[in-house]
Design a protein around this ligand. Sequence first.
Ligand SMILES: C[S@@+](CC[C@H](N)C(=O)[O-])C[C@H]1O[C@@H](n2cnc3c(N)ncnc32)[C@H](O)[C@@H]1O
Length: 243
Amino acid sequence: MSDTHFGFRTVDEEAKADAVRGVFDSVASKYDLMNDLMSLGLHRVWKAYTVAVANVRPGDRVLDIAGGTGDLARAFAKPAGDTGLVVLSDINEAMARQGRDRLLDRGLVLPTLLCDAEALPFATDSFDLVSVAFGLRNMTHKDKALAEMARVLKTGGRLLVLEFSKVAAPLAKAYDWYSFNVLPRVGQWIAGDGASYRYLAESIRVHPDQEALKAMMKTAGFGHVDVHNLSAGVVALHVGIKC
Ligand SMILES: C[S@@+](CC[C@H](N)C(=O)[O-])C[C@H]1O[C@@H](n2cnc3c(N)ncnc32)[C@H](O)[C@@H]1O
């Protein structure tokens, strides 16, 4: 078995998947509150931007991968309409349960399934749009996951990857201070788990930057990739077209 990153630590691949599962088991019940606190509500703006770029149409078939508590799937459901299909998926049962329950609370019944993005249980050419928000960073074989996303998309279909990225240089010091001093403390205080939020900060630092992810998406089968930097690169939306 090969080694990979779990934050700044080098671990074997199986240990990474277990450790990521541990993080999301631990934070699932406080995930939404923590998202609002950590990002000062900005995650809602980043997701709203993603939904606007997605421009889902009636009848579209959409797959939200690593969908967690279901923010994107919920936003896609209305424009896809009764003739469309929106699937919420995640590898983690605790997160998927939170997502399904939140959708039900809002009167939405969407197919919700547990699956690993690296081995998607869908036929080739099944979806018009695939989205993955703040999920790719946690995957062990990002190249494999991206290739799977390309496989299940129809030709001309789009992949939207919303993910933390490389912040603009003038902000880097302040962002590091916030990430390594404030985040773990807030995580400890609210979710009783500072370590998981230290992992979050570390995992962002070892994730491919804007250009590296763009290159990975091209290799995975996305002939055209656009990069939208948000909040000075704290987050980037990569839009790939399967062509
Ligand atoms: C930070 S949460 C993001 C949730 C949601 N998309 C959002 O934006 O709020 C990351 C999610 O990725 C999921 N995840 C991690 N590895 C995965 C994999 N290999 N396949 C599918 N989901 C995965 C985790 O279980 C977790 O729910």
